[in-house]
Design a binder for this molecule. Structure first.
Ligand SMILES: [Zn+2]
Length: 389
């Protein structure tokens, strides 16, 4: 914008990189035309490039509110309020937070359980959800477009997937916003799932994250409903959905930069309810059999070749991730992800974060600590036997 040459002096706004970014004008154009979903997609992409830009947060919040998704809108306004808003924008954001909070419906009596019960199903539900119907049952929530072939399953997912996502967002992304919508398709059985997802035969779930030419993205999670004996697979809620959600969120967070495979799988397995801890507990078996990989061979391998269904890799990746998580504060964990995203070598980032980088041989010492921690039974492992991830 051209500066005013005459008239009252207006304090200059600090330079905002958005003013020179054509994608910002494309996003604003979509918004002005009432294409809110397109605007959301474009603004969210911009926000991943300028994560602390309060003006962007405000505009994205506005688009979400117009698109009928008030709870993301409210979180974004709240985030913008902690940034450097001018007085007028801060008033608008504060007013919006209050208004949207008032709109948020109080939880209805008899609604679906939360917390630990998020994954609990009654025997009746389990039986009814083992039926596969001819017709698709589709539901839409704030972050999901759900398709299954059982209306009760679609209802259960519609009621619980958001809360499951919220837990994953906290554990994996350290609470960073995830303002995107994911297609969630639960196929009838293994064969239908394998045919649609092209996954390896041992897989229980898969995810796709693909950027389109216009800057929008396709986010897809594919799971399946019944096992080979036609029983409903409750683990799709407690294990596979959180696992694949973690992958999608990490993939999106890292963008072009690959996330080290051990951390990607370690965080995804840790997101699984109960299973993550049990899996990490099996590190002791690897140590007893002397089949563990040395820390130094593991940590800087970004994308090692891992044989299909290699359980030892998942065990070790999950154990290492949980061990590091026990050493790092939330803020340090965020910082670690940030540095890896910028392409820093994992060992260098970690050495700096823990201020060990000028101590020779710190990796050997850390490895000793890690193995001792695994032998001690980590937090309070229940040591339950589990099958492959
Ligand atoms: Zn995985």
């Amino acid at each position: 914008m051209a500066a005013a040459l005459a008239g009252p002096a207006v304090p200059a706004r600090a330079a905002d990189p958005l003013d020179n970014d054509p994608s910002f004008y494309a996003a604003a154009g979509a918004f002005a035309n009432g294409q809110y979903e397109v605007a959301i997609e474009r603004l969210a992409n911009l926000l991943s490039r300028y994560p602390r830009n309060a003006r962007l947060q405000m505009m994205l919040a506005d688009a979400y509110e117009h698109a009928g998704r008030p709870s993301v809108a409210r979180k974004l306004y709240q985030a913008a309020l902690t940034g450097g808003l001018d007085k007028r924008s801060a008033d608008i954001a504060a007013e919006a937070v209050t208004r949207l909070a008032r709109q948020a419906a109080p939880p209805a009596a008899g609604s679906e359980p939360a917390g630990e019960d998020l994954y609990a199903l009654t025997p009746q539900q389990t039986v009814r959800m083992s039926v596969v119907y001819d017709q698709e049952a589709q539901r839409k929530t704030e972050h999901f477009e759900i398709t299954t072939w059982n209306p009760m399953l679609s209802d259960v997912l519609a009621k619980r997937a958001e809360a499951i996502m919220e837990q994953v967002r906290r554990t994996v992304l350290g609470g960073q916003l995830y303002p995107h919508r994911i297609e969630l398709v639960v196929y009838s059985d293994r064969n239908a799932f394998l045919a649609a997802s092209q996954s390896p035969h041992w897989s229980g779930g898969s995810f796709t994250f693909r950027l389109n030419a216009d800057g929008s993205a396709r986010r897809l999670i594919q799971l399946y409903q019944v096992d080979d004996e036609h029983r409903f697979r409750g683990q799709l809620l407690s294990r596979e959905l959180p696992h694949e959600l973690a992958h999608v969120m990490l993939r999106e967070y890292f963008g072009e930069q690959p996330c080290p495979l051990w951390l990607d799988e370690g965080l995804a397995c840790s997101a699984e309810v109960d299973h993550g801890q049990a899996l990490a507990g099996r590190m002791v078996e690897l140590l007893d059999a002397e089949k563990q990989l040395p820390l130094a061979d593991m940590i800087d391998q970004i994308n090692p070749r891992v044989e299909q269904g290699n359980r030892s890799f998942y065990v070790q990746a999950t154990s290492l991730t949980r061990f590091l998580r026990s050493l790092l504060t939330d803020a340090q964990m965020k910082e670690l992800l940030e540095q890896l995203k910028e392409g820093q070598k994992p060992s260098v980032a970690l050495g700096r974060l823990l201020m060990l980088d000028n101590q020779p041989g710190w990796q050997v010492q850390m490895e000793r600590q890690w193995f001792a921690w695994a032998r001690k039974g980590q937090e309070s492992s229940d040591g339950r036997p589990e099958d492959s991830p």
